[in-house]
Design a protein around this ligand. Structure first.
Ligand code: ADP
Ligand code: ADP
Ligand code: MG
Length: 645
């Protein structure tokens, strides 16, 4: 075993890898960017090396600086985590040339699986079923559209270099093919520097089922499957193991195909073979096809760890240090069922818009495994993936594990940013999901009901009002008369930018009536603290003007200074501001131009996505305050409309 390793990553995966290393008595070197100087993964390490600026290209993607840090600190091996350099064969070559061990597969195995077209050809040769389609070299649009006709619609256009759901277009009808092709190629060129695509049959009622494999360079075992069908924009949201409805025959067929795929490329370490499965007729051994291989540890590996009892990072370290596979296939078994939900800083009703913010409060219930790279007080910056944590539960049955997940999410407390917590909670309560009827279209179909913000109970708003007035502590009975003497206090609160009408009537120490939009809530102080209409007060946090009450997945209120409210009312709607820090990719507006509500005025690239900035109302552009190519801060004014008449 190694004495010391360097983790070439950040966030939850760096923290998670460090935990296993320490368990094995292996010292850990972290690397960090400017933005991460105080990050959790730095605190989790024995020593840490600064490697550059906040943008990934200046730090976590700088293979040379990372290798230099490993050599300078005496680390013997480099764990790449996922993302960043984890699937970069040039980096593997450089690590090995420096005399260090790369904790992962060989550069040649990564190269073979790096492009989806070449990987599919290779898998076909190895006898692994692949999705019917065209994955040849001819990129002529005529030829590709002919291939799509031959495959039969609907078809999926995929970037051969793709990942993270980018460069992918579903095409339902031949007449839409040309446009979809052009946009997929454009996105692929920008994101991956390679415009090439392949065409695949679009599988109906698709399920994403992947198999965890582990190789020693010659032979491989599989650690069963994970179902990752709950997706939005082709990105995973909740994963589970085993897959609902999995049969003995199907598992054997998929496991066998996955092991064959891994052995065909002499795979070493942890990897995942992703299959697309036709869910329209139940799980059948002739109804699954290879999509791609991810030659690294996967985000969702904890569900496999939960049901197998294997620490996959421990296996990675042991095999990389020269040991054989820790277990043979017949020594691996499944116990119970596990779920993982990805908690993100994102605004779900606004189309899953990534968010940033400082987490003034972050806490998870003890009943779950929470893998997180941030703590209370840490910041979700615009430079990296906005994932806050992975919430993982493990129970004896699927029903139990899902119930545990629902409870763990309900008990998760986040303040300081919007999150997808309520959305994850709604997914846990989804009837079809609970019944195991999963497919990749589930979220899209039922989006409406999954994102409806629940109406906030007046008791929650009442509690926020008491927090705003600093009255949530133990009432001071002696000062009862001065502070608490019957009096009327008005509180200006906003929720989601909407003003709330709240008044508090103090009746004496430890007793108040709160009027919330005409409904009266009674607050009383008793032996177990404050209660609202008889129900115990929820946990809460306050940071400056923001109050978060931890009920209904966290409800955030803004305490408004009465003077501010008057000032902000006038200019509303005139400014188009950057909703988050990012790069202005394009500006379509020019001064003097007449625009209509909903017109696209600019594109901001932030948090790995493009966001269209729209005119909030009809009007005339007074001023364009930025140019394409500028980096802007959140809230920066980009375009100003003339005052309304
Ligand atoms: P998959 O398992 O399908 O490859 P993962 O969710 O495991 O997808 O993420 C794959 C990689 O893509 C990870 O390295 C992750 O950091 C990165 N990633 C996740 N979300 C995004 C995104 N929105 N845009 C680009 N990359 C992403
Ligand atoms: P990425 O590299 O972006 O992860 P994948 O090839 O793994 O790309 O596909 C991502 C997701 O797109 C899958 O999980 C699945 O939901 C969907 N998908 C991919 N191929 C097909 C297909 N042929 N038919 C239906 N859905 C597909
Ligand atoms: Mg994939």
């Amino acid at each position: 075993m190694f004495d010391k390793i360097l983790i070439a990553n950040r966030g939850e995966i760096a923290v998670r890898v460090a935990a296993t290393a320490r368990k094995l008595g292996v010292k850990v070197v972290a690397v960090y960017s400017d933005a991460d100087a105080q990050a959790a993964h730095v605190a989790a390490a024995d020593e840490a090396v600064h490697i550059g600026g906040s943008a990934p290209a200046q730090s976590y993607l700088r293979g040379d600086a990372i290798i230099e840090a490993a050599l300078a600190t005496g680390a013997q091996a480099i764990h790449p985590g996922y993302g960043f350099l984890s699937e970069n064969p040039g980096f593997v070559d450089a690590v090995e040339a420096a005399g260090l061990v790369f904790i992962g597969p060989s550069a040649s195995a990564i190269r073979k699986m790096g492009l989806k077209d070449a990987a599919k050809a290779l898998m076909e040769e190895a006898g692994v079923p692949v999705v019917p389609g065209y994955h040849g070299a001819n990129q002529d649009p005529e030829h590709l559209s002919g291939a799509a006709d031959a495959i039969g619609y609907p078809v999926l256009i995929k970037a051969v270099a793709g990942g993270g759901g980018k460069g992918m277009r579903l095409v339902e009808r031949p007449k839409d093919f040309a446009d979809a092709l052009a946009s997929a190629q454009g996105e692929a060129r920008t994101a991956f520097g390679n415009p090439d695509v392949l065409i695949e049959k679009y599988i109906q009622q698709p399920r994403h089922i992947e198999v965890q494999v582990f190789g020693d360079g010659t032979s491989a075992v599989h650690l069963f499957e994970r179902d990752c069908s709950l997706q939005r924009r082709h990105q995973k949201v909740i994963e589970e193991a085993p897959a609902p409805g999995m049969t003995r025959e199907m598992r054997a067929a998929m496991g066998h195909a996955a092991v064959r795929a891994a052995e065909a490329i002499g795979y070493k370490g942890a990897g995942t073979i992703e299959f697309i499965v036709d869910g329209s007729r139940g799980l059948r051994t002739d109804g699954f096809w290879f999509m791609e291989m991810n030659t690294r540890l996967q985000v969702e590996h904890p569900v496999t760890e939960a049901i197998t009892g294997v620490d996959l990072v421990e296996w990675q370290l042991r095999v990389a240090s020269g040991e054989g596979l820790p277990k043979m296939q017949d020594e691996l078994t499944i116990t119970g069922h596990a779920f993982e939900a990805r908690l993100y800083a994102e605004d779900v009703p606004k189309g899953f818009l990534p968010a940033t913010g400082t987490l003034s409060h972050l806490a998870f219930p003890a009943s779950c495994r929470a893998d997180s790279g941030v703590r209370s007080g840490d910041t979700i910056s615009p430079f990296y993936d906005p994932m806050i944590a992975k919430v993982i539960t493990h129970g004896a049955t699927r029903e139990v594990a899902l119930k545990q997940l629902g409870q763990a999410l309900a008990g998760t407390q986040v303040a300081g940013t919007v999150t997808n917590l309520a959305f994850l909670g709604a997914l846990c309560a989804h009837k079809g999901f609970a019944a195991g009827q999963v497919d990749t279209g589930l979220i899209g179909r039922d989006l409406g009901s999954l994102v409806t913000a629940p109406t906030v109970a007046p008791q929650i708003t009442a509690q926020a009002a008491m927090v705003a007035l600093n009255l949530m502590g133990k009432p001071d009975w002696d000062q009862g008369f001065t502070l608490w003497g019957a009096s009327w206090r008005e509180v200006l609160l906003e929720r989601d930018g909407e003003p709330l009408d709240v008044g508090v009537m103090l009746r004496g120490a430890g007793s108040a009536l709160i009027n919330v939009d005409g409904l009266v809530v009674e607050a009383l102080y008793g032996a177990s603290g404050w209660s609202f209409d008889g129900a115990k007060a929820a946990d809460w946090a306050r940071s400056g003007a923001v109050i978060t009450v931890f009920a209904d997945y966290g409800v955030a209120f803004h305490v408004v200074d009465p003077l501010d409210r008057a000032a902000s009312a006038g200019a509303a709607g005139n400014l188009i501001e950057a909703p988050m820090p990012g790069l202005v990719k394009a500006v379509f507006a020019t001064a003097g131009q007449q625009v209509a509500a909903g017109d696209r005025l600019a594109i901001l690239e932030a948090m790995k996505m493009e966001h269209s900035l729209l005119a909030a109302r009809d009007g005339v552009v007074a001023e364009v305050l930025v140019a394409a190519g500028s980096q802007v801060e959140a809230g920066a004014a980009l375009i100003r409309l003339e005052d309304e008449e």
